[in-house]
Design a protein around this ligand. Structure first.
Ligand SMILES: Nc1ncnc2c1ncn2[C@@H]1O[C@H](COP(=O)(O)OP(=O)(O)OP(=O)(O)O)[C@@H](O)[C@H]1O
Length: 371
């Protein structure tokens, strides 16, 4: 992954998902680049019919693993191809031992549980999950345009209308996620991918969390909660609206608003909350960013009585037809260059893992008994 920052939170939290398990073996491990010898017709048909293989019908042994297209903190993402239909998939491979060592067990369970629920045009689809003795696997739709991060760094910043296009698609996705009582908690350009047409696909739901209570009240015994622990909860949908403010700023300026050389300096900048806008910054966008970066989350736009509607009705989005946005009728500003269906040209090159990663113990494996 070409990201500048990787997100690690070392907190393990509640219960695991209840999905059934299945085992499989891969019988090929082809490390060559995606080629154009695939059955394009089969892939097109697959896309048009939007066949979503069920857990019962979708077997990983059908997949040929082609090449690594992304690396995360404790896993990798590979391009894979269905040996029968020729359709491409993204296969997220998580080494159980690394997940456990990095105390990410619960996040991985959360990611799978949340992704299986989500069906939205701007969110990456997950079709199935599997495991073998050392790894966990998630089979997802392959999003061939790569990370928005790469396009943003290449062009330094986006124009006002480009930023508004991406922001409007993200608003639709956040509205949907929040309506299900889920908070995304990791909005940043590295986690936003572009589809083959150039629409947003949110990926990496490792930090996503289902709120136990849709009114977003805090559980537990309030008398015992310290103000700083309230401030550290981060389980409120407000964190996503704040992150949208940072993202809009970064898209338009090329850098986030609160900067520093070290993590501590960045935290200080956030707390100091000195927001400076270049003179060229669109005034309506500036107003929205200020409202999204409101420190008091009860006063933050998106978090008040009218929820997302306040964001959608903000004057920066005046020209946005939300129905057209949701139905992919707005022409994307960037259409990724793709020469064939399994083209990985929009991704960085990664060294292949020929070892399969560290071996795990039965104790580690048991933590994923229900995977
Ligand atoms: N469905 C997909 N289609 C194409 N590429 C993908 C897909 N999902 C992920 N990737 C690529 O793989 C990279 C790593 O994926 P992801 O962020 O999900 O892994 P992670 O281990 O959770 O990473 P992190 O350490 O940031 O939490 C992404 O940044 C992206 O470039």
């Amino acid at each position: 992954m070409s990201s500048s920052t990787s997100s690690v939170e070392s907190v393990e939290d509640e219960s695991c998902s209840n999905e059934c398990s299945a085992s499989f073996t891969f019988d090929t491990n082809n490390n060559s680049r995606g080629d154009n010898q695939v059955n394009e017709l089969a892939e097109e048909t697959h896309m048009k019919l939007s066949i979503t293989p069920t857990r019962e019908s979708f077997s990983l042994s059908q997949l040929e693993r082609i090449v690594t297209i992304g690396k995360g903190t404790f896993g990798r993402v590979e391009l894979a191809r269905d040996k029968i239909t020729g359709a491409h998939y993204a296969l997220k491979v998580l080494n159980i031992r690394r997940v456990v060592d990095m105390r990410q067990t619960q996040h991985v369970h959360n990611e799978k549980k949340v992704l299986l629920q989500l069906k939205h045009p701007f969110i990456v689809k997950m079709y199935a999950s599997e495991k073998d003795s050392n790894n966990l696997y998630m089979i997802m739709e392959f999003v061939p345009g790569g990370e928005m991060f790469s396009y943003l760094r290449a062009s330094r910043s986006f124009s006002n209308s480009m930023a508004r296009f991406y922001a409007s698609e993200i608003v639709c996705a956040l509205e949907y996620i929040h309506s299900l009582g889920i908070v995304y908690r990791d909005l940043k350009p590295e986690n936003l991918m572009l589809s083959k047409e150039g629409h947003i696909k949110m990926a990496d739901f490792g930090f996503a969390k289902e709120l136990r209570d849709r009114t977003y009240t805090i559980c537990g015994t309030p008398d015992y909660l310290a103000p700083e622990s309230l401030a550290r909860t981060g389980h409120n949908k407000g964190v996503d609206w704040w992150a949208l403010g940072i993202l809009i700023y970064e898209m338009m300026v090329g850098k986030p608003p609160f900067r520093g050389k070290t993590t501590a300096e960045i935290y200080d900048a956030i707390i100091e909350h000195k927001l400076k806008f270049p003179r060229s910054f669109n005034l309506a966008a500036k107003d929205l960013v200020k409202k999204l970066l409101e420190v008091d989350r009860t006063q933050r736009i998106g978090c008040m009585k009218n929820g997302t509607q306040d964001v959608k009705e903000h004057k920066w989005f005046e020209k946005v037809n939300w129905d057209d946005t949701l139905h992919l009728r707005v022409e994307p500003p960037i259409v990724p260059t793709l020469y064939h269906p399994g083209d990985t040209g929009n991704f960085d090159d990664y060294e292949e893992d020929t070892t399969g990663g560290p071996l795990c113990s039965q104790r580690d494996r048991d933590l994923f008994a229900e995977w």
